[in-house]
Design a protein around this ligand. Structure first.
Ligand code: ADP
Length: 257
């Protein structure tokens, strides 16, 4: 896509010639298109739980719900409100990432972050009878603690959420001379091949009905992708439906150009 600029060169009232400048704005146009698409998606995602809340509240207000069903309607309202809060939190995280800018860098142990993430999921994992283990070396990188935590937390949370009863999540931290790798392996439901390249897109969820029951915003992996890119790292996904998923994040120990 090009933006054209046409100008006439004059000297003492005499036209000497004309200049046509063509600016390549493909990148800006693409960014603009993505912003518009994101806003449309956000509006849709926020509207769905709100409509459900309004609908349930109206029925309750008008006395149209039998007493024995009232509690169920109230919990639906509560659940949808929780979903809205989760969505707004994820959207805020993403927009902070989009802004980029200078965030405070420090030496961070990826192993500690993974342990912290696993601890925060203890209750959820126990409820699903999923076992989590975290092993490896400290794996210290110079980066933004909050963002690096988001990577570990979102990957571990998915590994628990999309697991099966009695399944396991194995987190391993390793290093080479230049990089630290964080590997999150689960024995869960897996991701069909056709969806594997799309799960990092904003709001993309594999099986809408199944995913809805599990709960989530469809933003977790796009936060991971952005946070990894911010640190000039790479991401690899391997998955087999019915067997499980392995996601490997490689992060340079020192910031690279
Ligand atoms: P969500 O909030 O839905 O979990 P994510 O962006 O974190 O959003 O993930 C996008 C989709 O990718 C999920 O809805 C799920 O369908 C799929 N997914 C992510 N991680 C896993 C995993 N470890 N195993 C199976 N499916 C996964």
């Amino acid at each position: 896509e090009y933006q054209l600029d046409f100008s006439r060169i004059e000297s003492n009232g005499k036209v000497l010639g004309t200049v046509l400048l063509a600016f390549d704005v493909t990148e800006q146009a693409e960014a603009e298109r993505m912003r518009r698409e994101f806003t449309a998606n956000v509006s849709h995602e926020l509207k769905t739980p709100l409509q459900s809340i309004i609908g349930s509240a109206e029925l309750l207000e008008n006395g149209l719900v039998k007493p024995e069903d009232q509690l169920r309607f109230l919990s639906r309202i509560h659940q949808e409100a929780d979903r809205l809060v989760a969505l707004i939190n994820d959207i805020l995280r993403l927009s902070q990432l989009d802004e980029g800018g200078a965030l405070p860098h420090e030496q961070v142990s990826v192993l500690e972050l993974a342990q912290e993430a696993a601890r925060s999921l203890t209750a959820q994992a126990a409820a699903q009878a999923v076992h989590i283990s975290v092993t490896g070396i400290a794996g210290t990188v110079f980066g933004v603690r909050r963002l690096l935590y988001e990577i570990a937390r979102n990957l571990c949370e998915n590994a628990v959420k999309y697991n099966v009863p009695g399944g396991s999540v194995t987190v391993e931290v390793a290093e080479t001379d230049r990089d630290v790798t964080l590997l999150v392996r689960d024995t869960g439901i897996g991701i069909p091949e056709g969806d594997q390249s799309r799960v990092f897109e904003r709001f993309y969820r594999v099986d809408k009905s199944h995913s809805r029951a599990i709960g989530g915003t469809g933003l977790g992996l796009s936060i991971v992708k952005h946070a990894v890119a911010y640190h000039h790292g790479t991401l690899r996904l391997e998955s087999q439906p019915g067997k499980g998923t392995v996601i490997t994040v490689t992060l340079p120990k020192e910031p690279t150009e």
